[in-house]
Ligand binder design. Structure first.
Ligand SMILES: [Fe+2]
Length: 304
């Protein structure tokens, strides 16, 4: 594991929206997650790894991201990260402290330039890992739409010390905090919103089986299956009942820090966009779903 960033991984993401927890059975029965905790108006799901909050749903009048959840190696890394962020004039929501929720542990929260809440947590509850063939192992990556791609890229690379893995034309940048090709990617857009959240299957057989499970239940992929150029990962996208785009993926490229050079992938060459040339370009409705609904962000919620 490389240690160019104090952030060593992506734990998951929690989404909010009107009556959103009514869609819990989609994630549990079809998507392959498992309920890890629920309380008034909130449900959390686990995947097969030890993370207790792989995905979450919170009832709220406005659709969007409740928080994106990252890890650090330990408490001292957390403290170093916090000191760095204060020195870089980052907007702090909360200082390092014990979390008093069911997952526990230690960490803090900040805002990114689009007013998204980012939570950093270490030393938290670890669930026993599960061997459940054909079920997501973890959240692979989160893709964010932003009206200021350059500014948000700078935030992730200069403030959080992520590295650029690749670009897709001048529309998209892929960012890593460990040897996964990307944990976060950014898309140039008109307003901040969620583009999609990808869940990793351990093998290509499990990836295909997961697509099959969805199809048998009447949910065809809205895009895919195919294989992306940047990241070299197979993909299949679906639109979940709350309207959020979710992706099954596997075999994401592992970066060799000694040899990797970011490159700009073509957005016009079909074989570059879709290595197997099975998926074709996304449809208009797929692009609309990935554009998402404007997210006012954490501290703006009371002003809308
Ligand atoms: Fe993706």
């Amino acid at each position: 594991m490389t240690n160019f960033s104090q952030v060593d991984g992506l734990r998951g993401i929690v989404m909010r929206g009107p009556s959103i927890i009514e869609s819990a059975s989609f994630y549990e029965k079809l998507w392959g997650l498992e309920l890890s905790h629920s309380e008034d108006g909130t449900v959390f799901f686990r995947s097969t790894n030890s993370e207790p909050i792989t995905y979450g749903l919170v009832n709220h009048p406005i659709f969007g991201i409740e928080y994106i959840h990252f890890s650090t190696k330990d408490r001292s890394s957390m403290d170093i990260l916090f000191t760095q962020l204060v020195a870089k004039n980052c907007t702090i929501i909360s200082k390092p402290a014990e979390f008093n929720d069911f997952a526990g542990g230690y960490g803090f929260e900040i805002l990114d330039p689009d007013m998204r809440r980012l939570r950093f947590r270490t030393d938290s509850l670890k669930l026993p890992e599960k061997k459940k063939w054909g079920h997501p192992h973890k959240v692979s990556h989160i893709v964010l739409n932003t009206p200021d791609m350059d500014g948000l890229q700078k935030f992730f690379t200069s403030i959080l010390d992520f590295r650029v893995s690749d670009y897709s034309g001048d529309q998209m940048v892929f960012l890593r905090c460990n040897n996964d090709h990307h944990s976060i990617a950014l898309v140039k857009s008109h307003y901040p919103s969620i583009n999609h959240v990808a869940f990793e299957l351990s093998t290509i057989d499990e990836f295909m089986h997961s697509i099959g499970r969805m199809k048998q239940a009447g949910h065809n992929p809205s895009w895919g299956p195919g294989r992306h150029g940047p990241g070299d990962n197979p993909f299949a996208y679906f639109v979940s009942p709350p309207g959020f785009v979710v992706e099954f993926t596997t075999e994401l490229q592992k970066i060799n820090e000694k040899t990797h050079q970011p490159k700009i992938w073509s957005r016009t060459d079909p074989a570059s966009m879709d290595l197997w040339m099975t998926a074709g370009p996304p449809t208009t409705s797929q692009r609309t779903a990935m554009q998402g609904r404007p997210d006012p962000g954490f501290l703006n919620l009371t002003n809308v």
